[in-house]
Unconditional design. Sequence first.
Length: 513
Amino acid sequence: MDAKEFREFGKAAVDFVADYLENIRDHEVLPTVEPGYLLDLLPKQMPEEPEPWTEVLSDINRVIKPGITHWQSPNMHGYYPTSTSYPSIVGEMLASGFGIIGFSWICSPACTELEVVVMDWLAKFLKLPEHFQHASDGPGGGVIQGSASEAVLVAVLAAREQAVLSCKETHPELSESEVRGKLIAYSSDQSNSCIEKAGVLAAMPIKLLAADEDLILRGDTLRKAIEEDVAAGLIPVICIATLGTTGTCAYDDIESLADVCQALKVWLHVDAAYAGGGFALEECAELRRGLDRVDSLNFNLHKFMLVNFDCSAMWLRDANKVVDSFNVDRIYLKHKHEGQSQIPDFRHWQIPLGRRFRALKVWITFRTLGAEGLRNHVRKHIALAQQFESFVRNDSRFEMVAPQALGLVCFRPRGDNENTTQLLQRLMERKKIYMVKAEHAGRQFLRFAVCGMDAKPSDIEFAWTEIESQLTAHLAEKSLAEVARKPSNVSDLTQHFQMHLANGGGGTHEKSQ
Ligand code: PLP
């Protein structure tokens, strides 16, 4: 493909994406394909001869689009949002155009320096403690990782190596393998699966401590666990707290956890993969309490900052602790400006050697939307979640399971778990909206996350109508089945029907505004 053809293909692709995103509501959010659909549609070998791009693009419509789950649809309410925006898409394209791999400053000075700039911009925007900025006097700074999972793993590995170093000093009688065999880490049973996985990858058990009734992990629980473990000869290394748990967006009590971690010299990491977006808002200032005492934290720009996947910000109070843990060099990686404090070699801050030029899409997004645009985006998601919450609260057939938090509402139809399961199954079969289930203390519930590039109040109304009408249908079917199970006579059935209709077809049900 030459530059002329690339221009044609590229412009057609931009039109394709703009048409797709502009008309995203036309698609059912979930695809209708069965497993293996694409394997059957495509040839078993790549084409021997080149094919025209026009044919490839039309195949994207024909075979790829039918297998897409439309994450950018405002009818997507599963998981947490994965954001994108037009400027971010352009940023991704330009980064591919440069085609660099910025593992050291010399490998593309702009890649490293732009990352330093945008990470400091973001730290200021989120009102993080100053010591997390590269521009601060201390050894702190921020880096862009691919995902929250990577950020957590980096924190866990660095904390582990620091603990091994200090333990070898304080306990010279122990061999290194004896020390490593005693290491232990902590998180809550509400934390994301990536935390437990980081423990597996780091070969260090992570104890998932039971969060309190309100799903929050507090210092008392951590202190008790650590004291028991120390008494048993173990060495506590790190606690990974969460601000915005995946299940219900609960916020661990960072201040009381920091009290314990500081007193017992345990690394404190905060996973704020989703809720970090709230740090930017004055009305969410509470969320930032205690962050001045944590060693590291992560926040996914691809969840809440309109920057597309993958883009996960991580800040370190003392980056040297990570660099010292991961610094493995070769002669071909060296350059003459190495070691200068204002130009970090970010390869030592991460797991892979190669680095994508992610800062470019961040910079383009931040400049074209501005801080106010980003704050408005977070505020809009909160307002839409509040709109949904009011629908739930005004319908007596439903109950809230946890307080609405940022763009997430956790709710369930009253009654046994079967109602939740059946309602979700109906919604999944209809494919008009997508939600996922969660469970706490034996109670299953639904998570309604505000998602999509441009969700509107009418989308929330659409989702609510879908949910409440499907509950109506489920309850009607359920009561019919109950009558059918014990039909004493025909008049029982008639009476049951009459009662059902008198109740508006679906139990006590006050429609909200
Ligand atoms: N932490 C929390 C609280 C999350 O909700 C998620 C994913 O939704 C993750 C971590 C994992 O994020 P990633 O896919 O970026 O690794």
